[in-house]
Design a protein around this ligand. Structure first.
Ligand code: NAG
Ligand code: NAG
Ligand code: NAG
Length: 236
């Protein structure tokens, strides 16, 4: 039987093991909880509630991202845990990534300085991270680095998960499988993380925004459903 002190300790831990955010958009798009985000400029991108396609249920959020930086648009939340952060979202892209650099999740990162973001997106046709302040990519975009990541197939719902640790850890899963090239973790070596690890910056993100931003001319439509933000891994 648990002692009184142990029970108190458990009760103190509980709030942190419960997801901060679970959102299926089945009751609509609450624009106060999920505001749009488009720093600097916004031309041509749009966010809508889509009742014609969903991973489950009937609704998802649709982002029509236009080409060029100002064609960007995101929606997201500032309700994130203070320690380790695990994000799980079902995502669907209408087009596969090209060689150009694009972003579909952007996170203001105070460790990099004001108005700088930790970004998840695509380049060289694969999933990758980009650190805005020094433009480092994870993985390195060498042939070996590219092979250590994976494309995001078009027109298919995928369970996308990632973990950002307070110690600088980054882990990433697509449909439950670890993406080796998108892993930076004490005790796990990643030969394709040289560029990422040239800085010891540990992400300290203040919000998570889902959408589209492109630095070449690529446009795309993304759908997002059943988003969970938690201090522990929720899984698919
Ligand atoms: C979110 O979902 C998870 C997994 O089903 C559950 O454990 C958690 O309590 C939920 N959190 C909230 C805030 O509803
Ligand atoms: C959303 O995700 C939660 C947690 O993984 C799961 O329990 C729930 O069944 C999902 N809901 C829908 C409608 O897919
Ligand atoms: C990936 O996961 C999604 C959502 O669970 C599922 O609909 C899809 O069939 C899976 N695809 C593959 C290739 O595993």
């Amino acid at each position: 039987m648990l002692g009184h002190a142990a029970l108190l300790a458990l009760a103190a831990l509980l709030p942190f093991s419960i997801a901060q955010v679970n959102e299926t958009f089945e009751s609509g798009w609450d624009q106060t909880a999920w505001p749009t985000y488009a720093p600097d400029c916004s031309q041509g991108g749009k966010v809508t509630l889509d009742s014609s396609t969903a991973y489950a249920g009937k609704n998802s959020i649709r982002v029509d991202g236009a080409g060029g930086y100002c064609g960007h648009i995101f929606f997201g939340t500032t309700k994130i845990p203070s320690g380790d952060i695990y994000v799980r979202a079902y995502i669907k892209a209408s087009k596969a990534f090209t060689d150009s650099h694009v972003t579909f999740i952007t996170m203001p990162d105070s460790a990099q300085g004001a108005k700088k973001h930790l970004r998840i997106g695509g380049q060289s046709k694969i999933l990758m991270y980009n650190r805005e302040s020094d433009d480092a990519t994870l993985p390195d975009l060498s042939p070996q680095g590219i092979a250590a990541s994976t494309p995001l197939p078009a027109n298919s719902w995928k369970c996308f998960e990632y973990h950002i640790g307070t110690d600088g850890t980054i882990e990433t899963w697509l449909n439950g499988s670890v993406i080796a090239g998108l892993t930076v973790k004490p005790g796990v070596s990643n030969a394709n993380a040289a560029q990422w690890q040239r800085s010891s910056s540990k992400p300290k993100i203040t919000a998570i925004y889902f959408g589209w931003e492109s630095y070449g001319g690529d446009a795309n439509t993304f759908w997002y459903d059943n988003i969970s933000v938690s201090s522990t891994r929720v899984g698919c």
